[in-house]
Design a protein around this ligand. Structure first.
Ligand code: NAD
Length: 513
């Protein structure tokens, strides 16, 4: 049997071992609860298309209760101070490590991301658990020179309750890392993961409940209505959102309609350019493009993926054929098998959406060099598409303009330097970009002119805790994973002290005046 094949009527072993029959509940006020009306929604394994469990669908009343319990817990949480809060982070890190295999497999089952990559995803959480308390420990305010006879200084205050809404593509990593800066700043959290990621977040909830005091981390599950209840809640002034541009626009509108002024940060999509100069080795550039596409992490369903590769004409044909050859070597199959390089798309909808872009690309005149097929031997019900490469892509085509969020690499040729820059910057999104050349003078100049929030030189896709991550244009508002993000979860307060003249009562007493 092909390794991706599953005998009919048998449920795969990892699903039975880790997920089947598991009673997944939301975390509210330190307790594991069902939706107040008992409603659930199905958890689907995208590798097989089979229903493998159920998660609660929260009601408005459940969101209300979660915000209230977070509000009640906030004062005591803030009073713990950075060191007390950091101790909870450390405990959470220990639990994450001890549940690593279970969480990685569940991640793979619910998202379709290969289990090998999900183990790495979980390891990548650890620097964040160490880093945020360190950053918060050394965060200092300012003393600002006043006019004669006074003193101003700043301090930082948490917002209170933060609403955290996340995307589907890294279920455990997002649920584990995205609340952290708000928490270390002294806020409490109500988190709503994306529906496909909900089951993994609820398994992780068990570790949150063990490591943090009741009410500090609350997790409610469900779709747009649950997110909307959080966004429009009077008690949630700070909302942090990771997701798509259309949802972000709805959130901004709905927050305004709530009648309150809210601080909303937005981490959105990308149509990220990778620029390859003719002096660069083709093979290394191809490896960089494949790595940067996150084909073997989340099937290209990544905001930072370099989905537009701009290759100089002198090496264009060589690049395209090498990329296609490398991707044909990929083992595409069941996500929770160790041999798998690339799993299925997260859902039937997402697979159909990406397949639609493949058709559009061909209809608009691009050449599909490889990919876009159901892999031989993979389960028939799974949402698979083999990794695709488009050549002869014109900048006006939809596959060159819109975020596909799937395993599709569009390769565009360029010849002229200014033309290349216009091409790279000629989209509405500006999350990441990369430049590949041995000429570092040139690399810096191109990096300066690329309209993107994060630019790599001769590298791609890697994040480093402490470096601000976020986008320009419609890719969002705000920067994450850095001091800037920590500050975004606090409001600056100034204390302005007037020194009295003549000096105070004590000096008058001792001087006998
Ligand atoms: P999405 O916008 O469909 O959903 C994101 C979250 O918003 C989900 O939890 C969803 O349930 C919730 N939601 C939907 N409608 C809502 C509403 N009206 N009010 C409140 N919440 C609502 O996005 P997705 O499909 O989960 O994720 C894919 C998108 O996320 C892509 O565009 C991708 O680029 C982006 N993304 C960005 C980053 C980043 O760091 N910049 C990271 C990952 C994903």
């Amino acid at each position: 049997m092909h390794r991706g094949q599953i005998a009919s009527n048998t449920v795969p072993d990892p699903v039975v071992r880790y997920l089947r029959g598991r009673d997944l509940k939301m975390l509210v006020g330190g307790k594991f609860v069902d939706a107040s009306d008992g409603t659930t929604s199905a958890v689907v394994d995208p590798s097989t298309g089979e229903v493998v469990g159920a998660v609660p669908s929260a009601t408005g009343a459940d969101v209300e209760r979660a915000v209230e319990t977070a509000r009640e817990a906030q004062g005591a949480w803030e009073a713990l101070g950075v060191d007390g809060r950091g101790a909870c982070f450390q405990r959470f890190a220990e639990l994450l490590q001890s549940h690593r295999e279970e969480l990685a497999v569940i991640d793979a089952i619910v998202s379709g991301n290969p289990v090998r990559a999900m183990r790495v995803d979980i390891d990548l959480v650890l620097p964040y658990l160490r880093g945020w308390p360190q950053l918060a420990r050394w965060l200092t305010g300012e003393v600002i020179p006043g006019s004669a006879g006074n003193l101003h200084y700043t301090s930082y205050r948490p917002y209170g309750v933060v609403g955290r809404i996340t995307a589907f593509n890294h279920p455990v990593m997002f649920a584990a890392t995205r609340p952290l800066p708000a928490l270390i700043a002294g806020n409490t959290i109500v988190m709503k993961p994306a529906p496909p990621a909900a089951a993994a977040a609820l398994v992780l909830a068990e570790s949150f409940a063990e490591a943090f005091p009741p009410g500090v981390v609350n997790i409610v599950t469900g779709g747009a209505q649950v997110g909307d209840a959080l966004v429009t809640h009077d008690g949630v002034k700070r909302i942090a959102f990771t997701g798509s541009v259309p949802t972000a626009l709805t959130i901004q509108r709905r927050a305004a309609e709530s009648g309150h002024v809210k601080h909303i940060s937005l981490e959105l999509g990308g149509k990220n350019a990778m620029v390859v100069f003719p002096d660069f080795e083709i093979d290394e550039a191809v490896e960089g493009a494949i790595f940067g596409m996150n084909f073997n992490v989340c099937q290209g369903q990544s905001c930072g993926s370099n989905s537009r590769v701009l290759v100089h004409r002198a090496i264009y044909d060589g690049f395209v054929s090498r990329a296609a050859q490398r991707l044909r070597e990929y083992t595409v199959g069941v996500a929770y098998e160790d041999a798998t390089d690339m799993g299925p798309l997260v859902s039937a909808n997402q697979r159909d959406r990406v397949a639609g872009y493949l058709e559009t690309g061909m209809r608009e005149g691009a050449t599909l060099v490889t990919g876009g097929e159901h892999p031989e031997g993979a389960p028939v019900g799974g949402y698979f598409l083999t990794p695709a490469v488009f050549a002869d892509v014109k900048p006006t085509m939809r596959i060159a303009q819109e975020e596909i969020f799937g395993p599709v690499l569009s390769v565009l040729p360029w010849g002229d330097y200014e033309e290349m820059l216009a091409l790279a910057n000629g989209v509405n999104l500006g999350l990441t970009a990369s430049v590949w050349t041995h000429d570092l003078d040139l690399a810096h100049q191109v990096a300066e002119r690329l309209d993107a929030g994060y630019v790599w030189v001769n590298d791609s896709a890697k994040h480093y805790f402490g470096t601000p991550f976020g986008g320009t244009k419609d890719s969002g508002i705000g920067r994450e994973e850095s001091r800037e993000e920590l500050l975004s979860y606090m409001e600056t307060k100034v204390v302005n002290v007037r020194f009295r003249d003549p000096p105070g009562v004590f000096v008058r007493m001792i001087s006998g005046r």
